[in-house]
Design a protein around this ligand. Structure first.
Ligand code: ZN
Length: 123
């Protein structure tokens, strides 16, 4: 490793068990209980090349790290976002409640909590 090179601190995360239930909690902005006891603190949300997202958590009790995949947007979700854009409204994340505004990331509209691309910025 080059001296001064940044360490990759998030490279050793484990897949999060019970992903489906945990996803529901994530969309509801609820606390995520850790499989190790304590709670999972979100460290980072990132976008994958296929339009899906990934959240990295750290367990408050064990400091173990877990990763959770956020499925890519469905056709229906993309259409709902596009309809809001066409109506001149700022689209929200179709999954997050309370409402979460989508951010512009390059040409895409991305939920900062999901990392998922739900649409494209209108030209
Ligand atoms: Zn979201």
């Amino acid at each position: 490793m080059r001296p001064g090179a940044p360490a990759e601190p998030l490279g050793d995360a484990l897949p999060l068990p019970d992903e489906k239930t945990q996803l529901k909690r994530w969309y509801a902005t609820a606390q995520i209980p850790s499989p190790m006891g304590g709670f999972l603190e979100p460290l980072r949300v990132r976008s994958e090349d296929d339009g899906s997202g990934m959240v990295i958590f750290e367990c408050s009790a064990s400091a173990m790290r877990f990763e959770m995949t956020i499925p890519a947007a469905t056709r229906g979700e993309k259409k709902a976002v596009k309809d809001h854009q066409d109506a001149g409204e700022d689209p929200n994340c179709p999954r997050h409640h309370p409402l979460q505004r989508l951010n512009r990331v390059g040409p895409y509209l991305v939920c900062p909590m999901c990392g998922v691309r739900y649409g494209k910025v209108l030209a």
